[in-house]
Write a protein that binds this ligand. Sequence first.
Ligand code: NAD
Length: 485
Amino acid sequence: MTALPEVRLWVGEKKLPTGSGGVFDHVNPATGQVQAQIPLAGSAEVADAVEAAAEAFKVWRGMRPDQRRDLLLRLGELIRENQPELTRIAALENGTPVIGGPHYVKLAVNWLTYYAGWADKLQGTVTGSFVQGTDFTYSQPEPYGVIGAIITWNVPLASLCMKVVPALAAGNTVVIKPSELTPFTAEMFARLAEEAGIPAGVITVVPGTADAGQALVAHPKVQKISFTGGPATARKILATCAEHLKPSVMELGGKSANIIFADADLDKASAEAIRMGLSALSGQACILGSRVLVQDSVYDEVVAKLVAAAESLPIGDPSNPGVLFGPVINTAARDRILSLVDEARADGSGRLVTGGNPIRGELAAGSFVEPTIFADVDPGSSLAQNEVFGPVISVSRFSTDDEAVEIANSTDFGLAAYIHSRDVTRVHAVADRLEAGTVYVNGAAVVQPWSPFGGQGESRFGREGGYQGIAEFIRPKTVAIAPLR
Ligand code: NAD
């Protein structure tokens, strides 16, 4: 077995080597080999974790904001110092190529330090005063208490920093339910938080399956749920939230359009379309532009560039520093993705121009899928409408700006959209009409901590990033004082 940190259940002061949810055989996605056995939390450990978090809330909330800020900043320093180890773990855990590791760790630390900086900047407002003849009235931001954070496996460190750190900075404590597929990063996060001096119970980590997540959502002491995952799971969580009248943030899936206009820098646009559509995390990111829309007059040229770029991706074991494109998360995901490819071939959704197979030879034991492109895709087809969450892009043709906007807005999702064009007037006009939480133009950097990120439609509600991202974890309390006369 490869050296990975031993996973425990972090429940207040306790670090439990076993849980009532059983044991999970963790498989290295690149090799198909079991590489660790991890304990899973059941509802008993989840309940204990929530109780510990509720106790810790009294301590954490009572700290001065600058103390909370400094502890979080120290956690950021430790994550930065541990970047090589976190990068190594990510390659083994979910197949993130080590070449991208420094980028993902830096992104996570940026989110963490951004929100640490908010800890001492939350302000209230005075809304009435004696001089105006009203009661003296002020509103101050209050933390909720215990937050339940449920995350998925594709970028676990960034997800933790996007979700958990703003909740902590606002004075809440957090029970984290990581995916059982990525328990090692969460273990490292808990260890480094302890080393940073964050009090026990402020962060509790209970890796587990859907049952542990369900128990967390249903626990009456959990005041709010912040969830990242798919729409089907979101519906189940929301049903439980409805029973308890519990608020939530929902960061769900996407099927984002990437519109390439004829006036764009076509080399750059094509390279970006592959990077931010197919190769990043082997296509397993909610935000990717998996529907590429190309203007008529440059359509054939762009399709040729996309195919050339996809076919030249260095594929292999993600622990190898020369590799850009690794496996998908597991063989179940590989088989699911390939069956969607087969369906698209059979139902005539589009014309397969490259890929469409598992990768054989030396990599056959891992969960690898060839970078796959369908051209001439019918925008209404199942391939163009549904999330694949794998290295598959569909390319469709448009002629006018109106048509591009209509196709881009034609799915149930609304997470992101991309535009490639040199015409600034067109960029503003099209961006204004796109139904998406974020529009990225000409290769702009994605999910920066200072900007609100989130969706509409099936990608759903709430924001991470910017003031809105911390506002999700505070509620105003108004105090009104009558004058003493
Ligand atoms: P998923 O919905 O199956 O699982 C996500 C998390 O929810 C996991 O930790 C899982 O154990 C837990 N869970 C499952 N059932 C549960 C239940 N009934 N109650 C409580 N928790 C439960 O998602 P996935 O397949 O792991 O991830 C892929 C999905 O996540 C895609 O749709 C992708 O687009 C989305 N995603 C969204 C974002 C975003 O920020 N918008 C980021 C990454 C991934």
